[in-house]
Design a protein around this ligand. Sequence first.
Ligand SMILES: NC(=O)c1ccc[n+]([C@@H]2O[C@H](COP(=O)([O-])OP(=O)(O)OC[C@H]3O[C@@H](n4cnc5c(N)ncnc54)[C@H](O)[C@@H]3O)[C@@H](O)[C@H]2O)c1
Length: 668
Amino acid sequence: MTLEEFQNEIMEGIPSELPTKAEYNLNLNHAPKRKEILSVDEKKLALKNALRYFPIELHNVLASEFAEEMKQFGRIYMLRYKPKHKIFARNIEEYPGKSLQAKAIMLMIQNNLDHAIAQHPDELITYGGNGAVFQNWAQYRLCMQYLSEMTEEQTLTIYSGHPMGLYPSHKDAPRVIVTNGMVIPNYSKPNDWEKFNALGVSQYGQMTAGSYMYIGPQGIVHGTTITLLNGGRKIAKNGEGLAGKLFVTAGLGGMSGAQPKAANIAGCVSVTAEVNPKATSTRHSQGWVDEVITDLDELCTRVQKAKENKEIVSIAYQGNIVDVWEKFDSENVFIDLGSDQTSLHNPWAGGYYPVGLSFDDANDMMVNKPDLFKEKVQETLRRHTAAINNHTAKGTYFFDYGNAFLLEASRAGADIMAEDGINFRYASYVQDIMGPMCFDYGFGPFRWVCASAKAEDLEVTDKIACKVLEEIMKVSPKEIQQQMADNILWIKGAQENKLVVGSQARILYADAEGRVKIAAAFNKAIKDGEIGPVVLGRDHHDVSGTDSPYRETSNIYDGSSFTADMAIQNVIGDSFRGATWVSIHNGGGVGWGEVINGGFGMLLDGSDDADRRLHSMLFWDVNNGISRRSWARNDEAVFAIKRAMESEPLLKVTLPNYADDELINSIY
Ligand SMILES: NC(=O)c1ccc[n+]([C@@H]2O[C@H](COP(=O)([O-])OP(=O)(O)OC[C@H]3O[C@@H](n4cnc5c(N)ncnc54)[C@H](O)[C@@H]3O)[C@@H](O)[C@H]2O)c1
């Protein structure tokens, strides 16, 4: 397809004629069939909802076709409307339109749906099993058309994938406002999602899926590397590193697929179990995991050898994680660090596979015998926990990796509670590692994408970012020296580690000062013609954007971890301080109803406007969360917000007074 044909297809939106139907592509990784949840009346409603996008003349053909999709997949994806053009992050100049900001958003949307990136491309799912960019292909087409038409005096609103329309606004307003899965709180149970999604009125945007900020597994490699390095520091007896130590985990999917690579960068032996052969072979062929083993005895022998020789090697075990924990227990293979990244935020619809069943049988049971499937999942969780408990009794350090493992294990009645019956036996990685060491100081997953799609631009930005961090580190307080050193090491090794899948993107943990200074340096480089435009963003797994009591805000101990004021304040604050687009979601990461998370994207085009916006927005985007963490009496955040106030006279944050425990205890 020529560039012109691509542009025409974008500008056409939903075609008035019926497009030809492509054959169902069996080579793609498809979403599992969703469970039957709608009554007959509700199915009728879903059909009427779907047909809203199309001229009445086509309804006859489409009604039966969509009903068939509903029957076959449990959802109406409108597969006939999947465009003919190849979807990937192109050079920003190739997108049709009147606004460079809108073109940046098109680029990021296309990256999320790239076949090399998306977990279930036909179903518009980027990662995490449910993380949707849109609910159906009509929404994709309409959204891209609006973006190609809009000016910088308009804002597009997206309701859970549905482009409601373009509205007059102004040049400093976001070009797009995204909301995903926002429901009335009492209607936020997993089955509510199934129903609203099947009706076509709501979607699970996860975090970076429905906010167009996913950059492939690289996004998480860095965070996982930091977690493993700091986890390693926690278990080190004499300051030794991770050489010869074993990390055991599960999941080679969208995000979890980053674990073996991170383990290699952190320098240990790792075993990652994965039940889905397609996921294993994708990660293996991409070089994200070194070896694949399908036999448990062979796995034990290989791991023991790797440990003895202090090899840096990542091994995928093709099979169920529970078998690995149990086998290593019976064979006395010592695990130093253990975790899990199966999609337990989505336990009943393909996020977590029961032990003792083949992958295909499990998929079949999920759809045809959902109650039995649920029983099997919970039984597996109890076995999984028991095996982990045996290992931790021998000295393994286990942490929850933000996938709702502890929560679901407790719901399954596993032996996972601490003696007090209130807390879990194990800490989450945020409680022990990321919270106090990173988020409370403002360090989080800052990222950028070179919109020229040129690898050379990415190389220049890597060098600029490294230089900026090295300058900052010279005068950084001792409290954050380790973080600065880890991040500098990461950016220095980034080119060599070949992390790019899809857009020319980079992730780099940085605090408020680092993010602002790196962004300002990029904007100057664009102005000077050294590089093309750059899109800034971040993961939602960050300091300020996300309220999630079992993950991002699990180290908030003042009782406010079940509130979501911070995430809402954040998205509103970002929107009027210069974000190019903002998003707010129910349900990413740990499950529908369990978290509110928000994100932003910002285009740097070398202009003075971009410079003004980046200073205003990035400063807020980090310090909002530090303020809240400081108010929750987190010492590290109190330290960080006081520093921020010294650097910015217009910032004045309410600081907590610490009550004396003796006084409190004398009263109760
Ligand atoms: N804390 C973090 O930084 C962080 C980062 C990324 C992801 N997560 C969480 O981790 C989870 C995984 O995310 P993802 O994007 O990789 O999801 P995903 O669904 O793409 O991948 C999960 C993988 O686990 C596999 N799996 C399920 N049950 C298994 C079992 N019993 N044994 C072996 N393999 C099994 C699945 O086949 C799937 O490939 C999510 O809950 C996500 O929210 C947390």
